[in-house]
Every structure is written in C-alpha cells, then in structure tokens.
Design a binder for this molecule. Sequence first.
Ligand code: GLN
Length: 389
Amino acid sequence: MPSLNKVFGDLPVTIFEAMSQLARDNNAINLGQGFPDDPGPEDIRKAAADASLNGYNQYPSMMGIPELRQAIASHYGHWHGLKLDPMTEVMVTSGGTEALTSSILAVVEPGDEVICFQPVYDSYLPIIRQAGGIPRLLRLEPPDWRLNEEMLRSAFNPKTKAVLFNNPLNPAAVVYPREDLELLARFCQEFDSIAICDEVWEHVVFDGREHIPLITIPGMRDRTIKVGSAGKIFSLTGWKIGFVCAAPALLKVASKVHQFLTFTTAPNLQAAVAYGLHKPDQYFYDMRKDLARSRDRLTKGLEDIGFPVLKSQGTYFLTVDLSPLGLNETDEAFCRRIVNDYKVAAIPVSAFYEQDAVTSVVRFCFAKKDATLDTALERLADAVHRRKR
Ligand code: GLN
C-alpha cells in the first residue's frame, strides 16, 4: 500500500461527528454538535419545497443563483452598511466549512505563515497545512478571550500571509468589540496580511450586542474574506449553504477552488435562503431572544448543579469549568462518561487546542427545546454526583 496523504491520514474524525455518533449509538440527548432540535422556519422550508417542485433543479451557476447573491449583498448592506457587488464579490458555497476551505486554499502558499487563535475550530489547521502553510498559534485566555497588542506583536511578521479569525468565537461564545477588531486590522495592514474571517455566528448574538464584520473596519475592505452560513442564521444546519464575500481579486481565486471542491450547491435550498434573507429585522431579533432564553435556562440549571458557567455572548454554546467540582477527570473523560452512562453528549473543549490544551472545560449547545434541556440537566446532576441511572 503506498503511503497516503499524511495531513489527513493522521487526523482523527472531527469531534462533532464523533460525539454525534456516540449520541446516536447511546440514544443520548445531543448537546454536543451545534444544531437546534427545532425543524427550522416553516416558511423557509416551504420555499425550498416549492422550489424543488416548481423550480429549476439542474446545475445552478457555480457562483450561486443570482437571487441569492443579490439577497446576500442586500442583507449585509442593510445590517452592516457593507456595499457588495453581488456579481463579483459574493459566492455561495456548500456550507461554512467549504467556504473556509476555498478561502484558505485561495490564499495560502507553501511557507506562508497563518495566524490562528486557540481555542481553534478544528477544520482550519489541516487545510492550512494541506496548502503548505505554517500555522502560528496564539492563545486566548478565559474568561474574556480578548485580543491584545503584545500577543499580536509576538506572531505577526513579514511571512504572515493571513490571519484566521472567528467572531463570534466558537466555543468561547465571545462577540468581539470594535476595539479588538481595530487592533487586528492595524496589524493586518502593517504586515500586509489577509484576514479570513469566520463569521458564521454573526446573527446569533445576545443581550443587545452588535456583531461587527471585520471587513467593515477601515482599511480592511480589500484584504478581508468574510465567511457566513445560512445554516446558522436560519437554524437549518443540515442545508449546508455558506457564503464567501470579498473584493473581486480575492473572490476570483476562491471561486477557482470552489469550482473543484463542490462546484455548486442545491438550487432549491439557495432559493429558500434568498427568501429568508429578506425577512424583517424582527425575525432575527426574535431568534436571538429565544436563544438567549434557552441559554439562560441551561445556565441556571448548570449553576444549580454546581458548574461555574462562562456566560455566552453569542453562538449556540456555553462553556463550563469542571475543575471546582472535584471530579478528577479530564473534559474528554467527562464527556465520554456522560454520553455512555448518562445519555448526554457534550464537546470537550480540549478538541479546540493543538498545544497546551485546556482540559477542564466542556461546551454545551443550548439551542434546544426546554424539555430537552431540562431532561439533560437531570441527567447531568446524576452524572456529577455519580448516581446510578
Ligand atoms: N460548527 C458546528 C459546531 O461547532 C459543527 C459543524 C460540523 O460538525 N461540521 O458544533
């Protein structure tokens, strides 16, 4: 057997799939991988059904159907005052992960350094390495996970081709303030680096917080690739519709990668997302309010059990620290034990580290019905007290 690609040959199965598989095997409540247990907005699903029955079902344009590219441009114009040309600056992909992969492969060449922040989403590093890039890992520190000048100064250098920045940040659930974005923007300009900005959680922000796209910070318009995801915006994660928005010179190369990764994306789902993006602002505010309520329910329940909860500013997630509970087990062992013995799946945050992992933090997804959260909480209370079930 000839040797195979080492970047991928040595990788474990992604933690999200691994935990969801364990959840399925154990018939557990899945608070691991981030997806709601609600079927998603009925009008958007009807629009997809209608487009399948009455619309066009052959290959759509490789860049995405024109209605969706228009809708993405007008959506960001409306929400962020960002002016995008739908024909040269917007591309539809098969999910956020593909959007990120197309963006990374478009930018990174052998020997380029790419700055990433730990906790780091698990798809970034393998793709950077496949492109021959060298990840430079910086570490964000709880409880604030903020950027600072000293940290950026230690990593940016003339070989820094790009920085990969996730905002709002999964799994730490931080929504970055303008000050941090301006600081990062200053370094990108000083070192002539490109920012690949994973903003898939952009609409999932709480307590009146505002998501600020890095591309709108002065000086960043032509050096930022903005990645978005309809799955997260509309709680339809299985649809896998992502977006890449960038200046024409950047988008053009990303499209050359996309054309050989997936080429195009199901047209009925694209039509339905185009419809959804025109929803009134109230839809988005209501979605945030509902999710914030679920966050508060899970937070209170976990605090009652004794978990210190790091409050979530955005995303579907909150994190808890295991150390004060005296359980004497790592996040991974805890997650394995609770899915097998107590039928609740969660994500060990050590999966978001390559070096010097934090091994006492666990991520829970709260985008679930009240009854799902309440049952999970009962089981978690038993797990903490090691009561038999
Ligand atoms: N982004 C999702 C999460 O963090 C997972 C997506 C995936 O599994 N590809 O849970």
